[in-house]
Design a binder for this molecule. Structure first.
Ligand code: PEP
Ligand code: MG
Length: 591
């Protein structure tokens, strides 16, 4: 048996190949004091290295814009801002002039001071910011110490699975997707800047693997499953064999999926399913459309702001929302208002450290407290309504008052737009995510104030089971098929039908074959899934009867344990699971 490492899923897809260990680290800077008469030369040397780094980062930003899109390009803005920041530059110059430190030592000293300051706040976003700081530190030090450019560390002579303690945005954009089969890191979260770029580059990736990089060698074979967040090192003959078999199946499956894109999303017995895409960045809308999405079921707008030093303006947001809506002029686009907090915080929101961020100041709570952040977003979304069928989706709603307050704010912003003569359509819809047991149990009340519901099973599972969704140690307990979850899904579905409003599911469960089967069986016929999984889920939908799904769901509702829920569903879906198992989610977990 190979050695299995569990981590955090970052970017979907399966890779198999030799490990390419990338060990990059901040170079050791010799302690050097320069004679007084050389201090100004050192100042010049530092400023020249800074200007050079700025030029390189601008080049990277521009090439990233051309290759991946404007939002991805902005990932380099925090580093560019740091290079201009008086808080970085002034102390560095002072350490050269007053303490007569060499340029690299003075810069390193200042950056380490900032790192120590940031580390004192226990905010998850700070980790991402530290990653930017490290990226910049390595770049400038390599220049000052005349070492090879840090990006040269990523050799890509032969295809492989890159394993590293951590990655940085600049290293990631320089990975060649044809040579980089996958990426696995000890650190890294879904919101790390490099993680966002890995998804845009469509490179399968797993983070949070703790000590993988110190336990493997270059050349060892590895299977990486980016959807499950798992790496198997040196798989044994039977694991390899089953992977090889699956590789053939995957190829056949992918060929078939390409066909599926053009077909309707409908069960064998004629039940149509609205199949939409989840996206993090506007550029992904086109990818969703190319994979057959009927609109966007979840646009996670907070990815426009995480890692930013300043709040994005109304105009910039309007353009981002409009761009997505224009990709789907005749279909619904669900724009979720900023779901900040938990593990996603922009630098401009000064967050007090919290003991339990997922139970803390999050999502709608932040927006309703920070109207300077929220109002421009509402105005930008309203302006996007002029271009299509926009649905405004509110995250983590627990109380009717939260929706009522948002309606008031929308009314005020509509008034403002009218006054300014800016077009919008008043036909947009407003609804909320059902992500807590409170919202699920109180769905009938919430339904009176909503035009639709979308169930966020990722959070609903976390809050129902009191299992932190980011804690890999608890992963076996994080079970979307727990009877308590199934009953809430049923309850929300019934309430929505009675209230005559649409209910969809946009959590990962909808992108899972058994999950989709259960949801359809519970009469939830609108699903939104991460855009890469659209064809696969459509194929699953086309392979069963809604009547069988309903029957299995009835049995699942009466099942006393998660295992029995899964059993009812597996029996009900029959051979379709076999088919979908080539996607890797089922079979890898059984390896
Ligand atoms: C969810 O909670 O299911 C959801 C879709 O939102 P997110 O994953 O962004 O929290
Ligand atoms: Mg959520």
């Amino acid at each position: 048996m190979g050695h299995t490492f569990e981590g955090v899923p970052i970017s979907g897809g399966i890779a198999f190949g030799p490990i390419r260990l990338v060990r990059w680290k901040v170079p050791v800077v010799p302690h050097e004091v320069v004679p007084e008469e050389c201090a100004e030369d050192e100042v010049e040397r530092f400023l020249a290295a800074r200007d050079w780094a700025k030029g390189r980062l601008e080049e990277l930003r521009d090439s990233t814009r051309d290759r991946l899109g404007p939002m991805e390009a902005r990932i380099f803005d925090p580093q560019l801002l740091m290079l201009e920041d008086a808080d970085v530059v002034e102390p560095t110059l002072r350490y050269i002039r007053e303490n007569r430190l060499s340029a690299p030592r003075a810069f390193e000293w200042r950056m380490l001071e900032l790192q120590a300051q940031w580390l004192r706040t226990s905010n998850a976003m700070v980790l991402d910011r530290l990653n930017d700081l490290e990226d910049l530190l390595v770049r400038v030090l390599h220049r000052l110490l005349e070492l090879p450019e840090s990006s040269d560390l990523i050799g890509d002579e032969e295809p492989g699975v890159v394993v590293s303690h951590n990655l940085t945005p600049s290293l990631t954009v320089q990975l060649d997707p044809t040579q980089t089969l996958g990426v696995a890191t000890d650190l890294g979260t879904r919101t790390s800047h490099w993680a966002i770029l890995a998804r845009s580059l469509e490179i399968p990736a797993v983070g949070g693997l703790v000590d993988l990089s110190s336990r493997v060698e270059s050349g060892q074979q590895a299977i990486l499953d980016g959807r499950q967040g798992r790496v198997v090192v040196e798989p044994d003959a039977s694991e390899r064999h089953s992977y090889e078999e699956r590789r053939v199946l995957i190829q056949e499956w992918e060929d078939e999926l390409a066909e599926v894109v053009r077909l309707d999303s409908v069960t064998i017995d004629g039940q149509p399913v609205a199949l939409r895409a989840n996206i993090d960045l506007p550029g992904e809308a086109v990818r969703g459309r190319n994979r057959g999405a009927e609109g966007i079921g979840l646009f996670r707008t907070e990815f426009l702001v995480v890692g930013r030093n300043a709040m994005p303006g109304e105009e910039e947001q309007y353009e981002a929302y409009r761009d997505v809506v224009e990709v789907f002029p005749n279909s619904a686009v669900f724009i979720r208002t900023f779901d900040l907090g938990g593990d996603k915080f922009p630098m401009f929101l000064h967050m007090p450290p919290e003991e339990n961020p997922f139970l803390g100041w999050r999502a709608i709570r932040v927006c309703l407290d920070e109207l300077e952040l929220f109002r421009p977003q509402l105005r930008a979304i309203l302006r996007a309504t002029a271009h299509g069928d926009v649905r405004i989706l509110l995250p983590l709603v627990n109380d009717v008052e939260e929706i009522v307050r948002v309606r008031e704010l929308l009314g005020e912003e509509e008034e403002g737009l009218r006054r300014d003569g800016i077009p919008f359509s008043s036909g947009y819809k407003l609804g909320c995510l059902i992500e807590t047991p409170a919202a699920a149990l109180d769905a009938a009340e919430l339904a009176r104030h909503c035009d639709f519901f979308s169930i966020g099973t990722n959070d609903l599972v976390q809050y129902t089971l009191a299992v932190d969704r980011t804690n890999t140690r608890l992963a076996p307990l994080y079970n979307p098929f727990h009877p308590a979850v199934v009953r809430q899904l049923h309850q929300v579905s019934r309430v929505s039908r009675a209230a005559g409003i649409e209910v969809s599911v946009c959590g990962e469960m909808a992108g899972d074959p058994l999950g989709a089967f259960l949801l359809l069986g519970l009469d939830i016929t609108a699903l939104s899934v991460a855009w890469p999984y659209l064809p696969e889920i459509k194929k699953v939908i086309r392979s069963f009867r809604i009547e069988d799904a309903r029957k299995a769901a009835r049995l699942a509702l009466a099942a006393p344990t998660s295992a029995e829920v899964i059993q009812c569903l597996s029996d009900g879906i029959g051979s379709s699971v076999e088919l979908s198992s080539v996607s890797g989610r089922w079979s890898l977990s059984r390896m």
